[in-house]
Design a protein around this ligand. Structure first.
Ligand code: NDP
Length: 338
């Protein structure tokens, strides 16, 4: 299928008066094939998604978008219309998350995208583009966090006890709760929205606690409560988690929804053998990427994603991006592009 001469997109342009990285505007526009960045695969984008990082980019915050003009959107899924790569060609469905799309090069908020073939993964059998974007970078990150904790079990029993998820009603958090529950672990969910307790229990949490209970744990070593944790919040929440992990416990550190700062002592690490496991979804190596997508397809079929997924259009992104930064959205937001 040829690329049409014009197609719809959201585009960010630097404001005339701004210095590099200091302000941009995002507006609906019409692009042509000549506007697509370099790459060897063109995808007709049917679905994208909204992540916290997209919220920052769409709201004009500096630091995410590094080249202008650019189409934001760190996730995309759709059909290959030109080019191909390992295991896919024209007509096949692919997913692209990370690798700098929607940050350094144009991403998912346009009906067509051009990317490097090494960034695209064929959709796992039995899944579709809407499923892949209900997972998106947030769900993929949650999967990487679970895999990191499982790798850590090699010489211990890090998952043999309650596993805490912070920021549990968010995108990463919701998928993490569902994945841990699907794997049979006991899940405790920490949230600022106790009114969402029924939702978190539906996803598989067996206990729900208020986020203040975690962020107020401020002694170097607290009573041992959790065997492991997936943290999306950072700051005093992460230091609280560290101080209350059991011996040989580990926390997969994913995000900074609360704060990028970390003030902690080394006592949990040197007196209890606690480990901090860093999670980076953007430049995750391909073998791990494939393992993660295959496990997601196995453990998180569309019906398990349904309770945590809302679907919107490109036009909804301005108000959605405000709401995700205010912590108001629940679960995952899929964007229907074409
Ligand atoms: P969401 O906005 O969907 O979820 C974040 C959740 O954190 C909110 O729903 C809320 O959950 C909680 N939260 C929000 N603000 C605060 C606050 N001020 N203090 C404490 N808790 C808060 O974002 P995502 O799930 O998409 O992303 C979560 C984090 O993970 C972000 O920082 C993001 O940048 C990061 N991330 C990192 C990746 C990586 O590769 N390492 C990839 C993807 C995301 P609740 O109300 O339930 O407490």
């Amino acid at each position: 299928m040829p690329i049409p001469p014009q197609f719809r997109a959201l585009q960010a342009t630097r404001l005339a008066s701004a210095h590099p990285g200091q302000g941009h505007a995002v507006e609906p526009t019409v692009l042509t094939p000549a506007d697509l960045p370099p790459g060897d695969v063109v995808v007709r984008v049917t679905h994208s998604s909204l992540n916290y990082k997209d919220g920052l980019a769409l709201q004009g915050r500096p630091g995410i978008l590094k080249a202008f003009p650019i189409v934001p959107g760190i996730d995309l899924a759709g059909e290959v219309v030109e080019g191909g790569g390992e295991g896919f060609g024209p007509g096949d469905r692919v997913v692209v998350t990370g690798w700098g799309i929607g940050e350094n090069t144009s991403g998912g908020y346009a009906e067509y995208a051009r990317v490097q073939s090494g960034w695209a993964e064929p959709l796992p059998p039995g899944t579709d583009a809407a499923w892949a974007m209900a997972v998106g970078t947030a769900g993929f990150t949650a999967m990487l966090a679970v895999l990191a904790l499982e790798r850590h079990t090699l010489y211990g029993s890090v998952l043999d006890g309650p596993v805490l998820v912070t920021g549990a009603t968010g995108g990463v958090g919701s998928v993490a709760v569902a994945l841990l529950a699907a794997a049979g672990y006991e899940v405790h969910a920490s949230t600022g929205k106790l009114q969402e307790e029924a939702y978190l229990r539906e996803l598989g949490a067996s206990a729900v606690l208020h986020r203040d209970e975690v962020s107020s744990l401020n002694r170097p070593l607290e009573s041992e409560r959790w065997a492991a944790a997936i943290d999306t919040v950072g700051g005093s929440t992460l230091s609280g988690v560290m101080s209350a992990l059991r011996r040989q416990g580990a926390v997969a550190v994913c995000g900074l929804a609360g704060s990028a700062e970390l003030t902690a002592t080394v006592f949990p690490l040197i007196l209890r053998g606690v480990s901090l496991l860093g999670i980076d979804s953007v430049a995750c190596p391909r073998p791990l990427r494939r393992e993660a997508w295959a496990r997601l397809a196995r453990d998180l079929p569309a019906e398990r994603l349904a309770p945590m997924t809302q679907t919107y259009g490109l036009d909804d992104l301005p108000q959605l991006s405000r709401r995700i930064l205010d912590g108001e959205l629940r679960g995952r937001s899929v964007i229907e592009v074409a």
